[in-house]
Design a protein around this ligand. Structure first.
Ligand code: ZN
Length: 315
């Protein structure tokens, strides 16, 4: 029996994962950043015990713990840098092994989520798989020939920082025009606010949904208005999906995976996101004439992908 831990900036969530990649017990505690790395490792150990208890499994029967963490993780299980957790050359693998006596594996959290989706979710176990997660930023993971692409420093798969607009918006990473400045959930909200600011006559139905206060705009506002055939909301979504399709066509051109899944809350908007995305990528992909084509679909595991993927590291 294995435990997968999703170590996030807000919560540390652990799950006991069985041989069928099902979570059979779980627990969660607050991360309470900023804290010393040793204390965070204490919490990882504690939440693992709690998950085993929840599953009704003696802790001795847990053979290994897999951890998904923000930041780049090197071959020794050292998190070289994570701004979310305040980690700087943090030997997370060793810190948790010392506290649990278990074999520990550590990998980047987005890579764990990709592994989880590949093996137990929308990937159906195909050997070439790309996962794209639209959230505050854009996370990603690439699996080719059943092997997770980690790169020379563990930082491979940072697809959110692929530039799609050379003279575009500034990104905190230091570059201009990164994918996540245009196609993350955060970007959608910003684009909706921009559209409302230009809508001086208040023609959009979004105004009613936000009580005329632009600070209340969320991703849901845009989709709720789209359901009411609001033209401005539909235009915002169309432009957003245009940006999204640009980045995703790039990924497909480079990797040609069997399946590419799109996750994050807004990926559930199939009619407004996945369907037009497939149509737009169709026109952009280099391999228009190939018989075999990448299938694009929504992720299916939600937040559990990270826990299940972390447990898969232990196999
Ligand atoms: Zn960037």
């Amino acid at each position: 029996m294995r435990i997968g831990v999703d170590l996030g900036g807000t919560n540390i969530a652990a799950g006991v994962v069985d041989d069928n990649n099902q979570i059979i017990g779980r627990a969660s505690v607050k991360t309470n950043c900023p804290r010393p790395e040793g204390e965070i490792a204490d919490s990882v150990a504690a939440v693992s015990r709690m998950a085993a208890e929840d599953a009704g499994i003696p802790y001795d029967e847990i053979k290994a713990i897999g951890i998904g963490t923000p930041g780049a993780v090197n071959n020794e299980g050292v998190v070289e840098f994570s701004s979310n957790l305040g980690f700087n050359d943090t030997p997370l693998l060793k810190l948790v092994e010392d506290r649990t006596g278990k074999k520990v594996y550590v990998e980047n959290d987005a890579n764990c989520a990709a592994l989880g989706e590949q093996v137990a979710g929308s990937g159906n176990g195909v050997s070439n798989f790309v996962a794209v997660t639209l959230g505050t930023g854009i996370g990603g993971g690439v699996i080719l020939g059943n092997k997770l692409l980690t790169g020379v420093n563990g930082a491979a798969g940072e697809i959110g920082h692929m530039v799609i607009e050379h003279d575009g918006l500034a990104c905190p990473c230091g570059r201009i025009g990164c994918f996540e400045q245009y196609a993350s959930a955060t970007a959608l909200v910003r684009q909706a606010k921009d559209a409302l600011t230009r809508d001086r006559e208040h023609m959009s139905k979004m105004w009613d949904l936000i009580d005329d206060n632009i600070d209340n705009v969320s991703g849901k506002t845009v989709f709720d208005a789209a359901h009411m055939d609001d033209e401005i909301a539909l235009k915002v979504i169309d432009r957003f999906v245009e940006f999204l399709s640009c980045g995703i066509a790039n990924l497909i051109n480079i990797f040609q995976p069997d399946i590419l899944c799109v996750g994050g809350g807004i990926s559930a908007q199939g009619e407004y996101i996945i369907k037009p995305l497939v149509e737009k990528v169709e026109k952009k992909r280099y391999t228009k004439h190939s018989k075999a084509q990448t299938k694009i679909c929504a992720a299916t595991l939600g937040n559990d992908a990270g826990i299940i993927g972390a447990a898969i590291l232990c196999k």
